[in-house]
Write a protein that binds this ligand. Structure first.
Ligand code: MF3
Ligand code: CO
Length: 291
């Protein structure tokens, strides 16, 4: 239950501004959408300017870490080296790697190679080979604010088929991003992602999606890509979420390694790619916070 706020009361978003000049009109629009039967965001995931500023700082570390890896990743490197780079760089910059000990996850980063879909464990035994594709998924906590993004890297000479998978997956994220604007729906984004993957003969993993992020590692909403235009949660200014489709060259089916309950693979052993960006819905569109 929410108490009615008077026009001159401080806004619920803790901006310090009066409700009437802050989120009153916003709340009215949301109430209208809810009355029409749409899924609307809870207040808990709407960030104010101060929170957004803090999240941006966290994102800067995330971007710097991925930029460094992009420059230094190479054939013959093992993925435990990537884990060490992420831990060392993040902590040196004052942050904490968000994956470390998250629900028992034992490393600072996820490194998922070829048919590994996500949550790959960094290991000295995983040595990058010529022709591999790898997703490096970095998440950072800085002063309590969370950031999360991932990139694909092609190691040495990669086959045209795998290169195309990596490229199309990136395009999926870019096309999804174009749909991110206030008072649209998450399904607008999801369908754009899915349609592009599908048009290229690929499939999109159904069980694992993106998520709200910023004040927590994983917040509402859950962000899927098998959704339809005009459906799912209403996108509103101050919302932050990830777009991170896992696109498979073969079938969409996946399984989780039952030895560790983390590492996810394609059922058919064909390659999978993923890019992840973190996006803020603004008053007139969107802002990519990290990539
Ligand atoms: N970075 C991943 C994501 O995009 C989080 C993986 S959970 C972890 O949501 F524990 F492996 F970090
Ligand atoms: Co994520």
């Amino acid at each position: 239950m929410t108490m009615k706020i008077n026009r001159n009361d401080p806004c619920w978003c803790k901006s310090g501004k009066k409700y009437k000049t802050c989120h009153q009109a916003f709340d009215e629009k949301i109430a209208l959408a809810a009355a029409k039967g749409h899924i609307v965001p809870p207040r808990s995931i709407i960030k104010n300017a101060e929170q957004i500023a803090g999240i941006r700082e966290s994102c800067k570390i995330n971007i710097a870490v991925l930029d460094y890896i992009e420059e230094h990743i190479h054939v013959g490197m093992n993925t435990a080296e990537i884990d060490k780079i992420v831990y060392d760089m993040t902590t040196r910059m004052g942050g904490i790697p968000a994956p470390l000990h998250y629900q028992g996850y034992p490393y600072s980063v996820c490194t998922s190679v070829n048919e590994q879909v996500c949550h790959g464990f960094p290991s000295e035994k995983v040595v990058l080979q010529d022709g591999d594709i790898i997703n490096v998924d970095v998440s950072t906590i800085l002063n309590g604010y969370f950031s999360d993004s991932s990139r694909m890297f092609c190691i040495g000479e990669v086959s045209p088929e795998k290169k195309k998978l990596v490229q199309v997956t990136k395009e999926c994220v870019e096309l999804g991003l174009q749909e991110v604007k206030p008072w649209g729906f998450l399904g607008d984004m999801g369908q754009a992602v899915h349609d592009h993957a599908f048009a290229n003969g690929y499939t999109v993993v159904r069980e694992i999606g993106g998520h709200g992020v910023g004040l927590e590692f994983h917040e509402e909403p859950w962000v899927g890509y098998n959704s339809k235009r005009g459906q799912e949660m209403l996108m509103v200014p101050g919302m932050i979420f990830t777009i991170e489709p896992m696109v498979n060259m073969g079938k969409a089916d996946i399984y989780v390694d039952d030895e560790n309950d983390w590492e996810v693979y394609t059922e058919d052993g064909k390659p999978s790619a993923q890019w992840e960006i973190m996006v803020l819905v603004t008053e007139d569109g969107h802002e990519v916070l990290c990539w």
